[in-house]
Each structure stands twice: as structure tokens, then as C-alpha cells.
Design a binder for this molecule. Structure first.
Ligand code: HEC
Length: 238
């Protein structure tokens, strides 16, 4: 083989992969157009353009800086590529008390507001796409609690809950400050770790991160055009 053919072959092998895995998806997903819903297919009218609330941009930065994506994914794969939809409450709640089955796959609109889609690299911990739906369901089942407070406690010490004492989620204590209590204790101080004179309060980075995590509930019904594998009613009972 001549050097020329070798170089050409090499460029073609990498070039095609780069074109179809990077460039084509980039062009397709760069400017997402709102989707018009149709009454027949979607059972609703109007447009589908989910906007997430919260400090998405700052929170996504803190999430990236701390390497959360190394262990947590944010993608519920389509069923042809994995069985994520059937994992308990990953794609949404299987038994939402108000809306029934809200599970669906991830689509490009779910990363609206972020400059980089942090789909994650490994799954040492659970997928976080619908983290807040799970927390809200746990609060509703228990009748008390607050998702934000649960997240602060988890970030400071993932092993504070006796049931999770073997959790391998790292603790991010540097996201909290110890502060002297002056007058009333702070509303978002941690329920542990304080003493008579001081309390642990989330820093602005922790607040941005928790705001980002609280926006992780992507279970609004997706239009049929996007939801290419709607749940099979027979399998949904499983
Ligand atoms: C070394 C891998 C690793 C890293 C890095 C990591 N986690 Fe975790 N995380 C886990 C594991 C394992 C669990 C499951 C055990 C548990 O619930 O504590 C978990 C659980 C969680 C949960 C509870 C999920 C649920 O569904 O109840 C949250 C929230 C969470 N992690 C947030 C984060 C955030 C935010 C970061 C970055 C600041 C992060 N994790 C970084 C491994 C990791």
C-alpha cells in the first residue's frame, strides 16, 4: 500500500465517523424548532417547546466542574438501544398519582438552556433525568420532606441516611460554608453538622447546582413525532 492510499484510507475512516457522529447531529440539533402538536397524534394542541426553570447555566457548570457526569447519566435511552424505560422511575413515574404512566425517552429538547448536553460517561450511580420526580414522589409517599433539603444533605454527606451508608457518591463538603448563627438559623441550613453557635449553609455554587438538579424532571408528554417508542401497554404493567 502506498503512503498516499494509506493516508486517504485513514482520513476516510475517521472522516466518515466524524461526519455522521459529530457534524450531522450538530447541524440537526443546533437550532431546535418548536414542534406543533396535533390533536389526533398527541391528544393536545399548541406547541411543544419545554423550557426548564432554575439556574440551569450556572448549575450545569458546577455539575461539570465536579465531574458528576462521570458517574451519572442524563439520558433515558430509546428502547431499541437499552431497556431504560423499564427501570424504576428513570424515564418518569410509572404510576404518577395524577397522570398515570409518564415515562418517556430523552430527546434533544431536554437539554434546552444548556450549552453542553451532559449525557454522562458511565453509570456508577442512577440516571438523573427524572431525579426530582423521584424525590417528589418520595416526599409525597412519606408526607414530609423537601427535595431541595434532601439534595443539600446528599451533597454534603451521601451517607447521612442510614439506608445509604454504603453509598459511593462522593461528598462535596466544600460546597458548604460554616457560618456563625446570628439571630434566627438560616432556612436552608443542614439539619446536621451544626452546633450551638454555627451552622452549615450551602454556598452559591451549591445553590446553583441544586437549582439545576431540581429542574431534572423531564416527564412532560412528548409529541408522537419525537416519542418514537411509545410504551407498549402490555409491557407497561411490568
Ligand atoms: C464516583 C461516582 C459518583 C460521582 C462522581 C457522583 N456520584 Fe452521585 N451517586 C453515585 C452513586 C453510586 C449513587 C447511588 C447511591 C446513593 O444514592 O447515594 C449516587 C447517588 C446520587 C444521588 C441520588 C440519586 C437518587 O436517585 O436518589 C444524587 C442526587 C447524586 N448522586 C448527585 C450527584 C451529584 C450532583 C454529583 C456531582 C456533584 C455526583 N452525584 C457525583 C456515584 C457518584
Amino acid at each position: 500500500m502506498s503512503l498516499r492510499n494509506f493516508i486517504l484510507g485513514l482520513s476516510a475512516s475517521f472522516g466518515f465517523a466524524w461526519l455522521f457522529v459529530v457534524i450531522v447531529p450538530f447541524i440537526k440539533m443546533r437550532n431546535l424548532e418548536p414542534i406543533t402538536l396535533s390533536k389526533d397524534a398527541d391528544g393536545a394542541t399548541g406547541i411543544f417547546y419545554p423550557k426548564r426553570s432554575g439556574r440551569i447555566v450556572n448549575g450545569a457548570k458546577v455539575y461539570a466542574e465536579n465531574g458528576c457526569y462521570l458517574c451519572h447519566t442524563q439520558v433515558v435511552r430509546p428502547t431499541y438501544a437499552g431497556n431504560d424505560l423499564y427501570r424504576p422511575d428513570w424515564g418518569g413515574l410509572a404510576k404518577d398519582p395524577e397522570r398515570g404512566d409518564t415515562r418517556r425517552e430523552t430527546n434533544a429538547y431536554d437539554f434546552e438552556g444548556e450549552t453542553f448536553a451532559q449525557i454522562g460517561s458511565t453509570r456508577m450511580g442512577p440516571d438523573l433525568s427524572n431525579l426530582t420526580r423521584r424525590l417528589e414522589a418520595a416526599v409525597a409517599a412519606k408526607g414530609s420532606g423537601d427535595p431541595a433539603a434532601m439534595l443539600y444533605a446528599h451533597l454534603y454527606d451521601p451517607r447521612h441516611n442510614p439506608e445509604l451508608r454504603k453509598s459511593t457518591c462522593p461528598s462535596y463538603r466544600y460546597l458548604f460554608d460554616r457560618r456563625e448563627i446570628k439571630g434566627q438559623p438560616s432556612a436552608d441550613a443542614l439539619p446536621f453538622g451544626g452546633d450551638m453557635a454555627t451552622e452549615l449553609v450551602p454556598s452559591s455554587d451549591a445553590k446553583a447546582l441544586v437549582s439545576y438538579l431540581l429542574a431534572m424532571k423531564k416527564d412532560q408528554p412528548a409529541p408522537a413525532a419525537l416519542n418514537f417508542a411509545p410504551i407498549d401497554p402490555k409491557a407497561a404493567g411490568r
